[in-house]
Design a protein. Sequence first.
Length: 262
Amino acid sequence: MGDPTETLKAISDETRFRIVTILLNHDICAGAIARRLGISDAAVSQHMRVLREAGLVTSERHGYFTHFSVDRDAIRELADFLQTMSGWERGPCDPDLEGCTAVRRGRCPADKCRSGCPRAGGGRCPGCTVVMEKRRDETMKVAVTYENGEIFQHFGRTQQFKVYEIEDGRVVSSEVVGNEGRGHGELVGVLRNLGVSVLICGGLGAGARQGLEASGIRVCSGNEGDADAVVRSFADGTLDTSSAVTCNHHGEGDHECTCGRH
């Protein structure tokens, strides 16, 4: 499944939703769908185009006719994503994630938040700056998608993370942790349970990024190479954290990807 918002958008239309429910019970042609719904063949063709682009529907030629069917794996992946969403925990707003990174007009940006600044126990703070400046005297847990000493390039397929503890701008400890056999839809929960506040990776899907950020985990994507070296650069503030690389996988075969090296 690609971007879950595109999948949800595709089935938010009542007619397309009815087409999906029909195809879950029968693999039939466009003409049969048109007769069932009382719409034109041209209208069915337009709806099928949207569903196919969203990865929800596949087709197979049978003689003179093309029969359509639902990609049930795509439905299951969407269900897994929604199940993961239901487990997201609410927390206070994070000034770094929300862009409140400086004092404005002499006031702490957190003053506008009901819960106050999460970095000051709910009270005022002198003003929130970038993550490393604010947390330099605190212990931070940073996770890296990891394989054979390097940053593994696919967040959703990683089998393990290397988790680092950073204090005073330097790495003080690290350990390799398995993903507990969890699938990509559950990796956000694994990191949350480990107390991770930053993920460094190669590429990841839009849904995974949304889930991580909703859980208060900052994402630094577009990285590759030696994991320890990249984390040291992050710890001393020299790593470029502005990248927003995504990776869109549509199954185990060919795919288009912008996540860097494979």
